[in-house]
Design a protein around this ligand. Structure first.
Ligand code: ARG
Ligand code: ZN
Length: 846
């Protein structure tokens, strides 16, 4: 039975909760949960509670037992008729649950002997009977009975005695923010004094032995707390803030009030075990979860259709934070790259949905790049349109007006309208309409005037055939033929389907530097010659636009090569300028020097109406790398040596930038030296960034045997590092070797596939090997289908998320499509398929 939930069906809950009291007697196989919930009637209506997989021992209202046959186990509901309920009453339930059997990692489960919870989105109903919806908020009092040495829940500690801890969270919250942790954990402690002088005890909790790898997480937390006070004026509001690292976690981390729970890979880091990228993600996600305290917890979502209200805003805030901590230009380019790779891809396929969807079957399938990353881009546009002061005024009003409430996108837009006087009716389409607008620009040059004609169109997406015009902020500048900027950044607000603008007195015909800073999440189509692109790559004052010019030039060359022609000559030549100033901004140079990935090339080919051939794309990319390497060998070799960082490793942006340029040079040089430098770097590097980088090159060069053995010998007992080992092999192996390698790895005893990190490492590592996953014989599709069918009964959330590897199949040839669809149909036909995976597969097959 598949139920579709519609935004239009939302109705207020007819009761409110004065307090929720929970008592847990923890035991791996039989945890007893006692709940007492003080309800008050608000309007007419039955009391409907959610519960799934609960062994209900007793139910009562004001101490009077209720019959257990009120439970509809099939639908996961308990309905108490309004007529039987007084105006205010205490509902009590006693249930038993089995954390050890909980492999779905939703609700209360065990991870390496640690009891922990994940309740977003609808996990709390696996713990006890409750109105499990985000608009029902309550203060919680939680008692934990257990012999475990550390017992944690939300809020402030009330008391601690032998075998018992009591916690009280005074801030009303929905059930999805509930958390409980019990285990043998060690704290890395610190403290923070807020701007109003409140002293907060901070702890990062890890397994014994991991304390030495939690310092960076703590530093990141303190920087986040400072930043939110400085930039948003937001202060922390409890006496303690706890972060716990667990090894088994479906996603990245969770913002439970006062008790964030993290995937251990986003907490634990040391120079020997974590890469620069890992450090950067740790800082970003620690920030993200902390920032949720205001954008998510103090102000939450009315219903799950509004998920981007908290996620889009919180991603936007964590991106601002990362930009402030590191390099704004480099981070902007990285964010754009990620958006294109994940969100544009989603928006162009069968899984397209708006940032605020209006229907779903399984809400966990909507924790997507569209809700998160596009949700953040939409806020970036809003900020660009209302200006920095308008944005600040609107956010102040948002916190003021909505603190303590469960809100909607309408509430969010209204604060911007009220604070700035702007009408956002048309802007709202960004929230309600799916699809990536395509912006086409043509130029007229006559009588010393440059006229730009813009046209926007958005292709239909599932369920949305018509796409009215949106507001598109187009930031542009003009660069004269000598490289001087003749018009600094100007923002045009496009509101119609077609619009033109003229510029006079610009001297000789300038080149348009378009969509500066990636001012809107659109694709761009324009006529531009290689010389003009090279001019922008060398002279544009906007780093994003400069990088993009190089990107387009490289893509043109790669597409030509993949079609069997020559190409990439202009890019190879233009790169000389980047190499010349590489030392001034190594991170930026590394981004320019790294060719678009195979998936990105395939996307560009499909966008031009052709059918991508994965094997030719792979060859084209390798070929161009070889040419660039050959042409620039001396300077690449010199930079490779010059970018070695002396002294102890530090995970800062500067050192990371040098290492990223070093590895970008290494990738090109490996095409020529057959892996000699990579082998030497692997043996001598003192940090994981360079070791993993070198290892990836050795795998691609087919010279990996010794290095892989040495790596496994050194890190065999470190799960997070071994995840890298499982990931890089299928990812970097030559396309004709990757599947065999993946199968071999999957047969190993240490392929603990029930652990989401390990599963993703191997399986998603393989699917990210574009030419291997899209092998012409369909073997890549079969491999993925086989593993998704194995995982689905164990962990539906993680299985469902990984179905998105199939979302691009429509762009490939019909033989591949037939094979991919056959694989999907096998999944669809599996008896007992989860609602999660069923929804994903049906949408892709539709
Ligand atoms: N709210 C979490 C975050 O900040 C994500 C949790 C999603 N978990 C889930 N099972 N859907 O990003
Ligand atoms: Zn979030």
């Amino acid at each position: 039975m598949t139920v579709t939930h519609y935004l239009a069906d939302w109705r207020p809950f007819p009761y409110e909760i004065a307090e929720t009291r929970l008592e847990f007697d923890l035991a791996p196989r039989a945890t007893r949960v006692l709940s007492q919930i003080d309800f008050r009637r608000l309007s007419a209506g039955d009391l409907v509670l959610d519960g799934i997989g609960l062994d209900t021992l007793s139910l009562a209202i004001d101490g009077k037992p209720l019959p257990l046959d009120l439970i509809d186990a099939e639908r996961g509901r308990l309905t108490l008729p309004a007529a039987d309920l007084p105006d205010s009453f205490t509902f009590a339930a006693e249930v038993a649950i089995d954390p050890e059997a909980n492999t779905a990692l939703e609700g209360l489960y065990l991870s390496g002997g640690i009891f922990c919870t994940q309740c977003e989105a609808e996990g709390f109903r696996h713990i006890t009977w409750y109105p499990d919806r985000p608009d029902v908020m309550a203060p919680f009092r939680v008692t934990i009975n257990s012999d475990m040495p550390v017992l944690l829940s939300n809020g402030n500690p009330v008391s601690r005695a032998e075998g018992r801890a009591i916690w009280h969270d005074p801030w009303p919250k929905p059930a999805y923010l509930f958390a409980l942790v019990a285990g043998d954990l060690r704290a890395v402690p610190d403290s923070f004094t807020t701007m109003s002088g409140r002293k907060v005890a901070l702890n990062v909790w890890v397994r014994p032995g991991d304390e030495g790898r939690a310092g960076y997480a703590m530093e990141s937390l303190i920087r986040s707390m400072q930043w939110d006070e400085r930039v948003y004026g937001r202060e922390y509001d409890l006496d303690v803030f706890n972060i716990v690292a667990v090894d088994d976690f479906n996603m990245g981390a969770m913002e439970n009030k006062g008790l964030n729970i993290f995937n251990s890979k986003l907490v634990l880091a040391s120079p020997e075990t974590a890469t620069d990228g890992d450090y950067e993600r740790i800082e970003g996600v620690i920030g993200h979860e902390y920032f949720h305290n205001w954008t998510g917890n103090r102000i939450t979502c009315r219903d799950w259709f509004q998920l981007c209200l908290k996620e889009g805003l919180t991603v936007f805030r964590d991106q601002q934070f990362t930009a402030d901590m590191r390099s704004p230009a480099v981070n902007r380019i990285q964010d754009v790259q990620a958006l294109r790779a994940r969100q544009f891809r989603e928006d162009a396929g069968p899984l397209a949905h708006p940032p605020r969807p209006d229907r779903y079957q399984e809400i966990n399938n909507f924790y997507t790049a569209t809700v998160y990353e596009k949700g953040a881009e939409v806020i970036g546009m809003l900020k660009r349109l209302v200006g920095d002061d308008g944005y600040r005024a609107a956010l102040d009003l948002y916190f003021d007006r909505h603190d303590g409430q469960a809100c909607t996108i309408e509430d969010w837009l209204r604060v911007f309208e009220d604070a700035t006087g702007r009408d956002l009716t048309q802007f709202k389409r960004w929230y309600t309409d799916a699809g990536t607008p395509r912006l086409t620009m043509t130029e007229d040059w006559a009588d010393g005037a440059l006229t730009l004609h813009f046209r926007q169109e958005t292709a239909p997406t599932p369920g949305q055939p018509d796409k009215p015009a949106r507001v598109i902020p187009i930031a542009l500048g003009l660069i004269g033929p000598n490289g001087d900027e003749v018009l600094p950044t100007t923002v045009l607000e496009m509101t119609a389907a077609e619009q033109s603008v003229s510029f006079r007195d610009t001297g000789a015909r300038p080149v348009v530097s378009l969509l500066r800073g990636f001012s809107a999440p659109v694709t761009v189509a324009r006529e531009i010659g290689a010389d003009q692109q090279a001019l922008l790559l060398t002279h544009d004052t906007d780093p994003y636009a400069r990088w993009q010019a190089g990107r387009d030039l490289a893509l043109d060359g790669l597409i030509a090569r993949a079609a069997g022609r020559t190409g990439g000559e202009e890019f190879t030549r233009a790169i000389a300028g980047i190499l010349d100033d590489a030392e001034a901004d190594p991170a930026f140079a590394a981004l320019c020097l790294t060719l678009p990935g195979e998936e990105e090339i395939a996307t560009a080919i499909a966008a031009r109406g052709a059918i991508p051939d994965p094997a030719s794309i792979h060859q084209a990319r390798r070929g161009l790398m070889q040419e660039i390497g050959t042409r620039h060998e001396p300077v690449l070799a010199r930079l490779y040596d010059a970018m070695a960082v002396a002294g102890p490793y530090r995970p800062d942006a500067e050192g990371a930038g040098r290492r990223s340029l070093r590895l970008a040079c290494l990738a090109l040089l490996t095409q020529l030296d057959d892996g000699a430098r990579a082998a030497a770097l692997f043996d001598t590097a003192g940090n994981m960034t360079e070791r993993q980088g070198a290892l990836e090159q050795l795998i691609a060069a087919g010279r990996d045997e010794q290095a892989l053995a040495a790596f496994a010998a050194e890190f065999g007992d470190n799960r997070l590092v071994m995840d890298k080992w499982f990931m890089v092999q299928p990812l970097r192996a030559a396309p004709d070797k990757a599947l065999a390698r993946a199968r071999e790895l999957a047969a190993r005893a240490d392929f603990d596939w029930k652990n989401p990190n390990r599963f993703r490492a191997l399986i998603a590592g393989f699917t990210a090997n574009h030419a291997a996953f899209h092998a012409a014989d369909g073997s890549g599709y079969d491999f993925l289908a086989e593993w998704l069918m194995r995982l689905d009964p164990v962990n539906p959330q993680t299985a469902a998320r990984m179905c998105s590897a199939f979302e691009t199949i429509a762009r490939y040839d019909s033989a591949r499509q037939v094979r991919a669809r056959a694989a999907l149909k096998r999944i669809a036909a599996m008896p007992g398929l989860s609602r999660n995976t069923d929804e994903m597969v049906s949408r892709i097959l539709a």
